[in-house]
Structures are given as structure tokens and as C-alpha cells.
Design a binder for this molecule. Sequence first.
Ligand code: FMN
Length: 253
Amino acid sequence: MLRVPEINTLVSGEILYVDVLPAPGNHQVILSKQERQNLLKQLGAEHYLPVSVASWPQTLGYIRKRNKGSNGIYKGPFFLSGLNETGTDLHLMQSFLTFAFSDTSKFEWHHKLGYFYPLCGEVVYGNQMGRRMGYPTLNIKPLENQKLIPPMGVYSGLVKHKGNWYQSMINIGIRPTLDLDKVTIEAHVFEFSGEIYGDEVTLHFTGRIRDEMKFPSLDSLKTQLKADQKAVLTALNTMNIDTATTEEFLLYK
Ligand SMILES: Cc1cc2nc3c(=O)[nH]c(=O)nc-3n(C[C@H](O)[C@H](O)[C@H](O)COP(=O)(O)O)c2cc1C
């Protein structure tokens, strides 16, 4: 049960999680409010303190003053910075963005965050080309408008749908082979079939496979998808991710 604590009663070993809420406006977010709360629940957090960016410096001063001599600790604007960091930096989102987009040839967001990046969305209609190629895809519309989207490219990942986990390969891109130009997010989910339009799924990005490319024909794209599937399965199987005990977030240690 999450509760807003009496800040001055933190005792030895207790952790106060401080969630500095994104400033109002059109900012990109790493986790939506709901996701942040879910993550805390999964971590068994007891003390949770949401504060606005504006009041954070003052709150921090207060926390420090009241907890002098106590061994309880606080974790700073942790959702913006990632699980591994504590601190007071209000520009963490900016430094995360710099890190996240500096080298798009690899995908290592989980190194900073401590969990594989989740993207929750609704399954919407695509144009059914994937099915004809033998690689049907779920087209995903993110639920949270401000959610940060990984750079365009092909990824390995795990998909959660109605409590079940599936291995998957994901494409974020414009599909140049089909001469399209709108960015879409689509997942080909292994060992899965069924019409689930309108359902909610969460993609969890575990690694990057390659850049999106323009292929001379659908046949050559299909050959590439086969190779991608092999690469994704190898990558996922070497990672040894245990989904059996996982609720929402796939923690990365
Ligand atoms: C893992 C994966 C990799 C993909 N890579 C490319 C690519 O490199 N170039 C491209 O034009 N389309 C790529 N696509 C997109 C396919 O063209 C797309 O799945 C197909 O057109 C089906 O779209 P639809 O479901 O909207 O009909 C990829 C799709 C997946 C699932």
C-alpha cells in the first residue's frame, strides 16, 4: 500500500521514493503516472512522495533537515533518472534524452532505468500486408500521448497481453519498402495468433537488432524478417529473462 509518509519518521533502512512530477506542458515522459505507481507497487515501496518540480528544492531541504541522524534514505527524482540513481538533479530528463538518443545503433535504456522500457498501447488496424507476408503484426497506438518512443529501428522485446508474456520482434519506422512515411509501431509476436484489435498490450524493449531499411521487394523483406526472428530469439534466450514471477516491469540488474 503506497502512502505519503511523515517525512520525519523515516527509520533505519526505510526508503522514501520521491516522484518529481513532470512540469505541466507538452513534455515527453519515460513512465506515465500509472506506470510509476505500478512500478513502486512492484518494488514493494512503502513511502511515496509526489512533489512538483517547483516545490522539489524546498521539499528536499525539508527531507534532509528532518532526517539528520536517521539512516532512512530517500531516492531522488527517481522516475526521471532511473532506478539506479539517487539525487537532486532536475535536469535528469534532459540528460536521459541525451543518453537515449546519442547512439541509436544500440539500445541500452534499461542500463540507466533498471527495467526494460515499457510501451503500453492499444492494438489498432494496420493495412494487413504483414499477414500476407506470413508475418502478421500488432499495430500499436501508445496510450500515453507524451510517452517517449525509442528511435526508429528493429527491436527484440517481450509483449504482455492479458497476463501472458510472448517473445516478439518490433519495428518502429516508416516502412520504406512500401513507400509509406508515417511512423508506426508494430510487433510480430511469436507463437501468437488471434484478433485482438482494441485490446491493450505492453511492449518491453530488450535490445536493438538493426536499422529499418528499404528493400527492393517484399520477398527480400520477408527473407530479412526470417533472419530477424532468428537474431531476436537468440538474443532473448541468452538474456534469460524470467517472466514467471514478473508482474508488470521486467527489472534489469
Ligand atoms: C520485425 C520487423 C521488421 C521490419 N523491418 C522493416 C524494414 O526494414 N523495412 C520496411 O520497409 N518495413 C519493415 N517492417 C514493416 C513491414 O513492412 C510491415 O510489417 C508490413 O508492411 C505490414 O504492415 P501492416 O501490418 O500495417 O500491414 C518490419 C516489420 C517488423 C515486424
